[in-house]
Ligand binder design. Structure first.
Ligand code: GTP
Ligand code: MG
Length: 196
């Protein structure tokens, strides 16, 4: 499994337009601006595979990246972006819960959170949905380059203490797209999920 072989397949406006529910998929989710697209680029060693932006809400479609004939990475649109109309937000939440519940090929969910603003309501809800669907979750605390080492450890401990409350298989890592810290841990988890 070579993440650098990832290539763009399609942008889907909704879950009905995703590729056939076959093979294996791992999805990247999180609030707008959490660093999903940046993490995907670091993982795949491609500077601009997934479009990143300072403007929250950049990724509005579901972007599909194939690793090989039967393995895919999914960049989901961010949630929690204040300027999106409520009706659209609710529609997206509905789609997201449906995707987690019904997508058979889904092997795991990566939930990215800015380490400075972790575990907002929708983050928690998303983890609850994943656990309810028996999906393993990796919480990736991003942008740790913005914090001092002591603050990072405190943030990690705080989230690790909250995680057993979800039940299910939920683990947490620290990550930075800027200096690639946490990349080995992210890769290890994905290798595990994509195995066999
Ligand atoms: P949406 O597509 O809007 O949902 O956002 P996203 O979650 O894909 O975030 P994206 O990767 O586009 O990153 C948002 C902003 O945060 C960009 O300006 C990135 O350069 C910055 N960023 C992402 N990851 C990191 C990180 O680890 N460290 C720092 N310092 N900045 C980061
Ligand atoms: Mg994005």
């Amino acid at each position: 499994l070579h993440f650098q072989k990832a290539h763009f397949t399609i942008s889907a406006p909704d879950i009905r337009h995703l590729p056939a529910d076959e093979g294996m998929e791992v999805a990247f989710a999180g609030r707008s601006n959490a660093g999903k697209s940046s993490a995907l680029n670091v993982l795949t060693r491609q500077k601009s595979l997934a479009r990143t932006s300072k403007t929250p809400g950049r990724t509005q479609q579901i972007n599909v990246f194939a690793l090989d004939d039967h393995r895919r990475l999914i960049d989901l649109p961010g949630y929690g972006f204040a300027q999106v109309p409520l009706a659209m937000k609710l529609k997206w939440q509905q789609a997201l819960s449906e995707y987690l519940e019904k997508r058979n090929c889904l092997r795991g969910l990566v939930v990215l959170m800015d380490v400075r603003h972790p575990m907002k309501d929708l983050d928690q809800e998303l983890i609850h949905w994943a656990v309810a669907s028996d999906l393993p979750v990796l919480v990736v605390l991003t942008k740790i380059d913005k914090l001092k080492s002591g603050q990072r450890k405190a943030a990690l401990m705080q989230i690790q203490e909250a995680v057993p409350g979800f039940g299910g298989d939920v683990s947490v890592i620290l990550f930075s797209s800027l200096n690639k810290s946490g990349l080995p841990e992210l890769e290890q988890k994905l290798h595990h999920w994509f195995a066999n």
